[in-house]
Design a protein around this ligand. Structure first.
Ligand code: FE
Length: 286
């Protein structure tokens, strides 16, 4: 048994995207700063509607998946296929851009507060051009598990085993086999998760403080940082000096070249240039 250590810390940095939405980006904040198969993680968190109300008007994607998870406020989604969804507080959306999607994501006011995350998950070469697909996951479809040593975990994707009982999220059949947990620990509580030792894994701590790693050899992870974990078949963390809220995200690495230009993520420069041409001449999605 190998307990995963905190191997690398990726601090989130303030940035803006879309039509001026203020957010914090950890993975994806610099070229090459990703954790295969996870390309980018954005956190939105504000009480000021001016920070987000202009939203993300119509824009394209090709070659990967986006996972949006809202803690507060909600997000209106519309795409070129005529799909329209309202992503509620506590809900998630799993979208496979595949060959191409053109959509808008418009945050809606809910007592001024807006808080959530968007994760970009890469697709392997043989799936980059598959048809676009998405699924809204209602808050009540996300199982919440009471943890053995205190605290709770929501299972957005993958499976969590607590005292021999396995709880799975509703998203299945994805090649990268993603795990996406939202964990809330009271002060001093440990959390353990057993998983394949060759999968990539990171923790994004959005509230509180956390010690990561084997007892006696822990490292502290600071708030609003992504902590990339070393290989190993066990994850052990402990809330330290207060409660802690974090995302635990893991998956099977794709191990292929990544060439990104804005919202297009392909394997080669030629494929990215093709995506740009397809978008410009109106054939991105056809
Ligand atoms: Fe988008």
């Amino acid at each position: 048994m190998t307990i995963r250590a905190l191997q690398q810390v990726i601090q989130s940095v303030p940035t803006s995207d879309g039509a001026g939405v203020k957010l914090r980006r950890s993975l994806g904040s610099q070229r090459g700063l990703y954790v295969d198969p996870f390309l980018m993680l954005d956190e939105f968190s504000t009480d000021n509607p001016d920070d987000y109300i202009a939203g993300f008007p119509a824009h394209p994607h090709r070659g990967f998946e986006t996972v949006t998870y809202m803690l507060d406020g909600h997000l209106l989604h519309e795409d070129h296929l005529g799909n329209r969804g309202d992503l509620k507080s506590g809900g998630a959306q799993w979208m496979t851009a595949g060959r191409g999607i053109i959509h808008s994501e418009m945050p809606q006011q809910s007592a001024g507060r807006m808080r959530g995350f968007q994760l970009w998950v890469n697709l392997p070469a043989n799936e980059k051009m598959k048809p676009a697909w998405y699924r809204d996951i209602e808050p009540e479809e996300i199982p919440q598990v009471t943890l053995a040593d205190g605290g709770t975990a929501k299972v957005i994707a993958g499976a969590l085993n607590v005292a021999g009982v396995e709880t799975s999220g509703v998203i299945t059949g994805i090649t990268t086999d993603p795990l996406y947990l939202d964990v809330d620990l009271p002060n001093g509580a440990p959390f353990h998760h057993f998983m394949r030792d060759d999968y990539s894994a990171f923790i994004y701590l959005y509230e509180g403080a956390l010690q990561v790693g084997a007892p006696g050899a822990t490292r502290a992870l600071k708030t609003r940082c992504a902590g990339v974990l070393s290989a190993g078949d066990q994850i052990t963390v402990t809330a330290d000096g207060g409660s802690a809220r974090f995302l635990l995200i893991a998956g099977k690495p794709i191990k292929e070249p990544v060439v990104q230009y804005g919202p297009f993520v392909m394997n080669t420069r030629e494929e990215v240039e093709q995506a740009v041409r397809d978008y410009q001449n109106g054939t991105l999605t056809t």
